[in-house]
Design a protein around this ligand. Structure first.
Ligand code: SF4
Length: 476
């Protein structure tokens, strides 16, 4: 079953995902594995909370002084021969990309995984220019062949099984394949190697930009980013403006925090740090390097006490793996490039509240995302503040507003609350069975479809309390 669904409503998309048993099993299986691996690796590592706090402090300091560090980063990058392009909007970034590609007369591009390029639909724009673009991260390659978008920040093809991948590869390569991992990986390796050799430009993202040296740090498990940035003659880096760290020493902290949080690995397989294009005496590296630094709504969060901390995010995906909502519905149900708790906060902010307004409601506010986050971003608090802003903007449906006003009236005073409970206790009898309400009535229908709704007990705690204290006093 396809996991994409064209509805503009998160509720409809979630229903569609919930009906997909394979998707739910696959997402459960993989997120469980990632979570357990993370628990094991952070448990062995020592004082994980102290590392989280260190990570939080570094990100808080960096974002609080982002103008200074961005300026330092840019000056150092340029001193090493890289070209820096600041893009206020997605259109500006695409414009810069077009100019570079046109100047290089580029026909073929290889790319490594980058969420920021997904955010501004780089592949779509390149295809419009008649440029053949190939994703080289295996998961990204799979979703590119299937015409989908990634459904997880770290594991883009989390929703695909071997048979589906085999079918996609057979259709792309015109050859018969088994569903053995070795066979599938060998096909991808053969195909992607040809793409690296033929590419005019390589595009990567950037895990971290190091301000003190003007370096780009890239973390991968497949080594594909190294081929992407070394084999073509031009290397373009896309990075969100917040992806800065002040020093190499800070990078060391994140070399622990990122892989452990993302995939439960002690260290990432390939961590590459590049500082400018190839110099005369060097044997490898692109001849020409461009770094496109994207704002696209990020600077609006600077100075906002409610939301500035969202810029601390290092895109590890750990919040997705623990989220009880993401783990049921997967990433496509969010409808935005960034899924899960971070997507529910970030996507409406990047779009200035004009899109994805329903995502902050796709949360149980349990706070598991905060506990998992290596830089301690209070996502659950931000979700509540986004809801507050949405309500304050007057865009809530009249029926919902009336329902909550009635709720406040009934539950705002102890006397009214007690009377309401007494009446509800009598009214529930016709629809109660075996201690539960199972009726599909009005808003109750959505609740009782997938959750228990216990009947109100014969006596409330408040009614029991005098009796309990009497007995307690008697014993004492
Ligand atoms: S919010 Fe925290 S846990 Fe989620 S992706 Fe960002 S850094 Fe990772």
């Amino acid at each position: 079953m396809s996991t994409t669904h064209g509805s503009t409503n998160v509720h409809d998309r979630a229903q569609h995902a919930l009906a997909d048993d394979f998707l739910r099993q696959a997402v459960h299986f993989t997120t469980d594995r990632l979570r357990y691996k993370k628990q094991a690796v952070t448990g062995e590592f020592g004082n994980w909370e102290a590392w989280r706090e260190r990570g939080r402090q570094i990100r808080q300091h960096t974002i609080a002084n982002l103008d200074y560090y961005l300026d330092l980063f840019t000056r150092n990058l340029e001193a090493h021969g890289a070209h820096v392009h600041f893009a206020a909007t997605a259109d500006d970034a695409i414009h810069a990309l077009r100019e570079i590609a046109t100047a290089q007369n580029a026909k073929r591009i290889v790319k490594s995984k980058s969420m920021v390029t997904e955010e501004i639909h780089v592949n779509h724009h390149l295809e419009e220019m008649g440029i053949h673009v190939v994703e080289t991260d295996l998961g990204e390659y799979i979703v590119q062949l299937s015409g989908e978008t990634p459904s997880h920040i770290i594991i883009p093809a989390i929703h695909k099984n071997r048979e589906q991948i085999r079918d996609l590869f057979e259709a792309a390569g015109g050859e018969r394949l088994t569903t053995e991992t070795r066979d599938l990986a060998a096909f991808a390796r053969r195909t992607l190697r040809r793409a690296y050799l033929a590419a005019d430009i390589g595009i990567t993202g950037c895990n971290f930009g190091i301000a003190e040296t003007g370096s780009i740090a890239l973390f991968t498990n497949e080594g594909n980013a190294d081929l992407v940035m070394n084999m073509p003659k031009t290397h373009i880096v896309f990075m969100g403006m917040e992806r800065i760290l002040p020093t190499m020493e800070d990078l060391e902290v994140f070399a622990h925090l990122l892989p452990k949080s993302a995939t439960g690995q002690n260290v990432i397989t390939y961590m590459s740090v590049i500082t400018g294009p190839r110099r005369q005496h060097e044997a490898d590296g692109a001849r020409d390097m461009h770094v496109i630094i994207l704002d696209n709504g990020r600077s609006r969060q600077l100075g906002d006490p409610d939301f500035q901390a969202v810029l601390h995010c290092i895109r590890c995906g750990a919040c997705l793996n623990v989220c009880p909502v993401y783990r049921q519905i997967g990433g496509h149900a969010y409808g935005s490039v960034y899924p899960g708790p971070i997507g529910a906060v970030l996507s409406p902010l990047l779009n200035n509240g004009e899109q994805y307004q329903d995502l902050p409601y796709a949360s149980s506010l349990c706070g598991a995302c905060y506990e998992a986050c290596p830089v301690k971003i209070p996502l659950h608090d931000m979700l509540v503040r986004e809801r507050q802003r949405f309500v304050a903007s007057g865009r809530v449906k009249p029926a919902e507003r009336a329902a909550f006003q009635a709720f406040r009236q009934l539950f705002g005073k102890a006397g009214r609350y007690q009377t309401t409970i007494r009446i509800a206790r009598r009214l529930q009898f016709p629809i109660a069975h075996d201690g539960y309400i199972r009726a599909k009535i009005g808003p109750l229908a959505g609740w009782t479809m997938s959750r228990d709704f216990p009947v109100l007990p014969k006596r409330t705690f408040r009614e029991l309390w005098p009796e309990l204290t009497r007995k307690g006093n008697g014993r004492g």
